[in-house]
Design a protein around this ligand. Structure first.
Ligand SMILES: [Zn+2]
Length: 291
């Protein structure tokens, strides 16, 4: 059966009985409202659920439109709101007065039992700059294998100091040793991004054992982050218009500003270069290839 979730808005349950049968797999889309590829993938399930109902194995899959109001506003988060993908450690429930809560605080709380109680989680994103699709995971054998099964490149090491793993959607499952992946499907509105979101939704559900199906054999490319680069000054600019997974050799310039030139000390693959970053924000991440 496929039906709307009884307690959570903009969420739908796929299960044999229509109830929330364990194990529960959650597919999250558009926690960042303007990242619509995952919503498009969920909409295609909603339009034509029978191929999914027929392939269903055990448990339930809950499909969730993470931040529908921000999607309506075509924004990352709602006007006057905040990044919901920094709220999943739920510290604000104790530390922030209710009057100060935004829509995202309310929505994160509405999703709390579902997300913290899930047995597996896929969180679908897209990026502002062009990028090949890739998986973000915790680097456990289980997660790397699952990430590789999607056919995407696999990255880990995002849980270092300042990397916010405890605050993002997958953090709760990662801390419980449960399988959880976040995926970047490409640049926001690119047709290939939409296609990759469909693909990864299906391949993840097959790989986790929620749906019957075959996965093509893959030799995943795996990368480990070893540094995050914070934009040091207002005038700092990247050396050129980098794409994700572009490789720099030791000695090449990453970027420069007045009186400042950042040179790469060792071979590095660039992840999520963000030319629009403000001073103090992450402008790029550096990774090494491990397999
Ligand atoms: Zn995002």
């Amino acid at each position: 059966m496929f039906r709307p979730h009884p307690n959570i808005s903009d969420a739908w349950i796929l299960s044999k009985s229509g109830e929330l049968e364990p194990p529960v797999t959650v597919v999250l889309a558009a926690l960042h409202g303007n990242e619509r590829c995952g919503v498009a993938a969920i909409e295609s399930v909603r339009r034509e659920p029978s191929p999914f109902v027929e392939r269903q194995l055990e448990g339930s899959v809950v499909f969730v439109h993470g931040n529908p109001r921000a999607t309506e506003q075509r924004r990352r988060y709602t006007q006057g709101g905040t990044d919901i993908n920094r709220l999943f450690s739920y510290g604000y429930v104790e530390s922030l007065a209710r009057e100060a809560w935004t829509y995202e605080h309310q929505r994160a709380l509405e999703l709390r039992p579902l997300i913290t109680g899930a047995d597996a989680l896929l969180d679908i994103h897209s990026a502002s700059q062009p990028t090949p699709p890739f998986v973000i995971c915790d680097g456990s054998q289980q997660a790397v294998r699952l990430g590789g099964a999607t056919g995407f490149k696999v990255t880990y090491g995002w849980d270092g100091p300042g990397m916010l793993m405890d605050q993002v959607s997958i953090g709760s499952l990662v801390s419980q040793g449960k399988p959880a992946l976040s995926v970047e499907c490409g640049q926001h509105e690119a047709p290939s991004t939409m296609a990759y979101a469909h693909t990864v939704l299906d391949s993840f559900l097959v790989a986790i054992g929620a749906l019957a199906g075959d996965l093509p054999p893959t030799e995943p490319e795996v990368y480990r982050l070893f540094a995050r680069v914070v934009k040091p000054t207002h005038d700092f600019v990247l050396a050129r218009d980098f794409a994700s997974f572009e490789r720099l050799d030791a000695g090449q310039s990453l970027g420069s500003g007045p009186g400042l030139n950042i040179v790469i000390e060792r071979e590095a693959y660039l992840l999520l270069p963000t030319p629009s970053a403000e001073r103090g924000e992450d402008i790029v991440y550096l990774a090494e290839r491990v397999s």
